[in-house]
Design a protein around this ligand. Structure first.
Ligand code: IMP
Length: 424
């Protein structure tokens, strides 16, 4: 296997965890490069379900180095819960490494996220309320805490003297929240230092150099349409899930990346607010949700469901830097007579047709999807392991998607288990 980035190609929840898990078999090092515990990655191995949020699912394999990279944000309490859950299941976590450069989600970040969501009115994003936006805000405002700060009392003290007066003013005056004393934050940081200590990789530069010739898997979270630069801004997360994010968030530069696999469902789902042109608020949407078990791993929220949207996928191929696609959950359509694919949008105000993705999402309420309809295949495909054995209509559907997206489909997933995968 070449060095590969796994990217969500839609609005997250595309089944990246399964594809990452599959590719991790042939990787030596797995690096999660962005996001935090807002992600929810489900992996099924031997009928056992594991739910990951931040720790790379590659940890299920022995002898793989799993790194929580510099581009991530870590909420200590959520990390502790996830880690303990794995330890209780008997998973060996000794190969887990945390980058000293990763950012820390502090309690006030969670409070600000909650406050902002409750008071945003029409601007509500529908975040996971895990403090992701406020943590990245502080990172980019250069007033964030990094894992490495926990291990130098002097650095921490100096930084807190800069950060806390600003933060407290903001907490009190902007959000009407309680301020934090330096003693309180210092005591918390001492606790965090203990928690992370066995995993922090201070020699990360040596580690990355040592593995430069090995196979690296870069694990993304969320998806291209939630990317802070390219997604449905402002209804996005605060990091860069796109393939390029792996170059900034992993510690390895762009020349280490050979392939970018974009994971996409055979339909589209979204959680939280924001535009979604092919959304189905009808029985078909309910049917997809029910058969596809479309409920959030992190928040339990029912996911919004809709038909496959080739407009956003073509965009994802471009800006995500995709070299191929892993198509998941195609088996959800086994009982469908007809399957629709959106090939363009029509502006209901003036009839304008969009085949390229319109980035001003505030006009999306005026867009309606233009569909082409494909005949279903009407048989159970969940046990098929070879492409040639797929029903003709399923193959036709897949070939049409490749044609529309100008990108090959390299992996087809026909069920949640590792075994239920067709490599093309
Ligand atoms: P945040 O990342 O919690 O700030 O949420 C911002 C937006 O991204 C919201 O619409 C969330 O529902 C969405 N989001 C964040 N993480 C995920 C994910 O892992 N899957 C799907 N949507 C996500």
């Amino acid at each position: 296997m070449k060095n590969t980035v796994v990217v969500g190609a839609q609005w997250g929840d595309e089944g990246k965890a399964k594809i990452t898990d599959l590719l991790a078999q042939n990787a030596d090092v797995i690096i999660r490069y962005q996001g935090g515990c807002n992600a929810g990655h489900t992996v099924v191995v031997d009928n056992k379900t594991f739910k990951f949020h931040l720790i790379p699912s590659g940890i299920l394999y022995k002898n793989k180095i799993c790194i929580i990279g510099p581009g991530t944000v870590i909420h200590p309490e959520s990390f502790e819960k996830e880690l303990n859950g794995l330890i209780e299941e008997g998973i060996d976590v000794s190969n887990l490494k945390i980058s000293p450069l990763a950012s820390i989600t502090m309690p006030y970040h969670i409070e600000i996220d909650g406050y902002s969501e409750s008071n945003a009115g029409k601007g509500k994003i529908g975040t996971t309320k895990k403090g992701i936006g406020p943590t990245y805000t502080d990172k980019y405002a250069r007033i964030g805490l990094k894992i490495q700060d926990l291990y130098s009392a002097e650095t921490l003290s100096e930084k807190l003297d800069i950060i806390l007066p600003l933060k407290n003013k903001q907490l009190e005056k902007v959000y009407g929240l309680e301020p934090y004393s330096k003693e309180c934050i210092t005591a918390l940081c001492e606790k965090y230092a203990e928690l992370f200590k066995p995993y922090v990789c201070f020699e990360w530069q040596d580690l990355l150099r040592e593995h430069k010739k090995d196979t690296i898997l870069f694990e993304g979270a969320q998806g291209v349409m939630l990317d802070v630069d390219y997604g449905t801004y402002p209804f996005v997360t605060s990091s860069n899930p796109i393939g390029g994010g792996a170059a900034t968030g992993s510690g390895y530069g762009p020349r280490m990346i050979d392939e970018v696999i974009g994971v996409s469902k055979a339909y589209v789902t979204r959680v939280g607010e924001g535009p979604f042109v092919t959304e189905l608020n009808d029985e078909t949407g309910d049917k997809i949700r029910e058969i596809g078990h479309e409920f959030g791993v992190t928040t339990g929220r029912p996911r919004r469901c809709g038909w496959f949207d080739a407009v956003i996928m073509k965009y994802a191929v471009l800006v995500g830097g995709l070299t191929s696609i892993a198509l998941t959950k195609i088996d959800v359509f086994d009982s469908f007579d007809e399957i629709k694919v959106c090939t363009a949008y029509k502006d209901t105000r003036n009839g304008q047709i969009y085949t390229s993705y319109p980035t001003d999402v505030f006009i999306h309420k005026y867009l309606e999807p233009i569909y082409e309809t494909h005949a279903g295949w009407g048989v159970d495909i969940t046990k098929i392991k070879e492409y040639d054995k797929l029903p003709e209509n399923a193959k036709k559907y897949l070939e049409r998607l490749e044609e529309l997206l100008e990108c090959p489909i390299s992996i087809i997933s026909v069920g949640p288990d590792r075994e239920q995968t067709i490599i093309k």
